[in-house]
Design a protein around this ligand. Sequence first.
Ligand code: NFS
Ligand code: SF4
Length: 678
Amino acid sequence: MPRFSDTSLQNSKPSVDRKNRKKNVKDIKRTNDPAALEMLDYTIENNIITAFDRWSAQQPQCAFGYQGICCRICFAGPCRIKGLEGPGSMGICGAKDYTIVARNAIRMMAGGASAHSDHGRELVEVLYHMSEGKAPDYEIRDADKLKCVAKKIGLEIEGKTDIELAKEVALAAFEDYGRHTSEGTTFLKANLCEKRIKKYEETDTMPRAIDREVVEVMHRTHVGVDADPVNLIFGGVKCSLADLTGEQISTDISDILFGTPKPVMSEANLGVIEPDKVNIILHGHNPVLSQMVVDTARELEDEAKAAGAAGIQLSGICCTGNEVLMRNGVPIATSYMAQELAIATGAVDVCVVDVQCIMPGLRNVCECFNTKLVTTMAISKIPGSYHFSFEDAKAKQSAEGIIRLAIETFKQRKESGRPVQVPQFKNKLMAGFSFEALLDLFAAINPDNPIKVLTDAIIDGEITGVCALAGCNNLEAVYEKSHTDIIKELAKNDVFMVGTGCVMQAAAKQGLMNYEAVEEYAGPGLKKFIDRLYEANKDKLPDKLPLTFHMGSCVDNSRIFNLWTAMANEYGVDVPKVPFVATAPEGMSEKAVAIGTWVIASGIPCHVGAMPPLEGSNLVWSVVTCIAHDVFGGNFILETDPQVAAQKLIEAVKYRAWKLKIHMKTAEEYGTDLCQAF
Ligand code: NFS
Ligand code: SF4
């Protein structure tokens, strides 16, 4: 009986306490990625400063901040919690540890919700402008998805042209940002199962409008407003569900404008950079410009050749990289933490960035190599870089300008004869698994009810359950080692893995996103399941299926949310009963905090492998690791050791599968309805 198989895996404490988390601060080669290791030798030798050096220089990091008990909300502070009793146990205003930790945490959620949702807003604007004829370079590439989204959010689709429908979808999305009534955001409610809607209404966590929930968090955390940690955290949950609304909008509208991803082959790691070509790196998050660069690069290939290049090589970093990989097979150069190392190859001509996860440190590395750093968004500029202002009315023109700058820089690079250092590591990958693409794979086995292929595989014990891999890089862990360790361990235990963001770039770079990895790491059940899917879909797939299924950028966590909702509906239970877990082995950003929070509010246990700043309050700690489970059915598993984390995830998913199976069997045996109260 898995429930009590190992109780040590079920307590809420991390296996190593704070004071014993030792790191060798002198060894800056904190990674298991062979390409990054080679580049680190090179940057150390050539005195090129990167995040790895700066991480070391920042040690030891402030213990107050690390635990979340530093408050800078007003400038009577900064205040720190210095002890358990007396005046020093509170800020000047009397705020206790739990208030400060909770306020800081939910401000992070508001930051994350803003980033995802503003990204979504850009897409809504493009869709709206396109429908008005004011963004001529854009079109509807997936009219089926447009209709599907329109129907889902309750629009009448009969008798309307695609353009009319696009405008209505855009207006409905705009409304989710600024609605003044309180019935809940449309794009969220349309995708939730009934029981979750009820749960959010009962707990007053249903977001009313995205902008409003962000503003409310900023208000309630202002000096002298909300001091109740539980109330604060519920406010944070509401804001994180606003974040999910923004992510759903981003995914849906990206698919409508640029196409819904389908399985595609590509490659990943620094070896994809080709010194004889014009190299352009697409970095950031928003596909509105990067997709335009991809389309335009094909047209300007001859210009590049005329300049003496073998062609134009695009590659991606972070989630812009994921967007163009998923839809166009553009290879991945690297993930967040190694972005400067990609530039240090000296072979990149232009690095074009939009918003989010762009290290300001890139600029210094670019200067060492005459790489042009190009910013494109009005809210995201970096001193010393080139700025090509992006406007959707002239998107193609901007893309052409950027590519021509790259061609010019390529010529200078060749004339200078400067040597380059490109590590010869890359791995084959298969990506492109949108929710629709996954259903399509399942439909080859069960056309009437595709999702049943997955839910049955769990009930039959072929696979243990599903794990979502998500999140960033964080040098608090060894770069990419937590990702790869956890993936291998889950694979061995027959866990089916889907994922997004920088984890999936780690998987791709390190050869864990192809069939060879299935042969090497998958347990017998998982291998059988993946083989079975492949056999049924052989004719339409470019290759055998991978070990880990890449579902896209971080906003595409909405696709994962759609997956577990479909599973819950199929089982006829609420989400907390679905054998599904999630992990962010190297979480770092505010966006990751927002995602993690709506994951647990959905009813899914979520592991985080780099410690978030919560340890300063036992009360807040117990709310997010235990009480959240009682209220929402999901909880954080905060664990810095990847091996222990993998065991905790396996334990959690097995426990859920075991419970579900028993109740399903009972219902079948006695001809009763499936119990809802377990
Ligand atoms: Ni997600 Fe994607 Fe990467 Fe983290 Fe940054 S790129 S949006 S935030 S670091 S996974
Ligand atoms: Fe200090 Fe209170 Fe101001 Fe925070 S809000 S800095 S705890 S006085």
